[in-house]
Write a new protein. Structure first.
Length: 277
């Protein structure tokens, strides 16, 4: 069975071989990482509250403690926005997956509940359960989170796939890896930058399209190193100027995920050109 070669996470956060086999999309990989862009991502609401309690200063917590629950609505575009952006509530994270397991899908509702829980934490009162809270979408009952409805227009997957195929991508198309999270050693970097023989480069082949959800399945055909290519590194924010110090880099570094030859992974169409060309 094909599997991901996932460095250290099995030991660090208890992912079993069975769980590894469930990491089938780039979203799944981010959701398995305890860091995204170098930022620690809480596991659940208790972990989020503990983090805020440690991260905020005594003065900041005193200010928050002085606010009424109604006043917390004013935090939506301040602290609330920081939580949504930094903790991957928009783009995907293990905390987002925690909320979706309770039927909470809107990032505004997620950050709203975190703030609600922190309010009760500061005042020593009991916080309503997630399943008892009324969402901005109106699915639950009893308590209302201080968020607003919003609408976001998504491009039609059908149109996007048509443009994708117009660019020459179809089943069995061979694609070459862009190394968005850097190289593991100098040899790999030199092959990517200088090798004229394309067969030396890390490459994959398009196997399937999921038009409904906007995903493309790529199978890895070749990697320069037997341990594969770095498909995700949660320890650092992606940047075109990022440089990894090979002299100190270890394959045992936490939150780094590899794909080996024969592995396959679903990539979001919207981010496909970040990974492949």
């Amino acid at each position: 069975m094909r599997r991901f070669w996932i460095i250290t996470l099995c030991l660090m956060i208890g992912i079993s071989t069975t769980a590894q086999d469930r990491l089938k999309t780039t979203h799944d990989i981010k959701a398995a990482s305890e860091k995204i862009d170098g930022v620690y991502i809480p596991r659940d609401i208790d972990d989020a509250i503990n983090f805020l309690d440690t991260w905020l200063t005594s003065e900041q917590k005193d200010t928050l403690r002085s606010l009424s629950l109604k006043d917390y609505g004013g935090l939506h575009h301040g602290l609330g926005r920081a939580l949504r952006n930094d903790w991957g509530l928009w783009g995907g994270s293990r905390l987002r997956d925690y909320f979706t397991s309770f039927g909470v899908y809107h990032p505004d509702d997620m950050s709203g509940y975190i703030l609600l829980a922190f309010y009760h934490h500061l005042h020593g009162t009991e916080c309503p359960r997630i399943q008892d809270v009324k969402l901005s979408t109106g699915r639950a009952k009893k308590v209302t989170i201080f968020t607003r409805d919003w609408w976001r227009i998504k491009a039609s997957n059908r149109r996007v796939f048509r443009e994708f195929k117009d660019d020459g991508y179809k089943k069995a198309t061979e694609v070459y890896y862009e190394y968005p999270y850097g190289f593991s050693n100098e040899k790999e970097e030199n092959i990517y930058k200088d090798a004229e023989n394309l067969k030396m480069k890390a490459r994959g082949v398009i196997k399937e399209f999921d038009k409904k959800h906007g995903y493309v399945l790529v199978q890895i055909e070749h990697t320069p190193e037997p341990y594969g290519i770095i498909i995700y590194d949660g320890n650092q924010a992606w940047s075109e100027d990022f440089y990894r110090d090979y002299s100190t880099f270890s394959l045992d570094t936490p939150n780094i995920f590899f794909l080996q030859e024969g592995d396959d992974l679903w990539f979001r169409l919207s981010e496909f050109d970040i990974y492949w060309y």
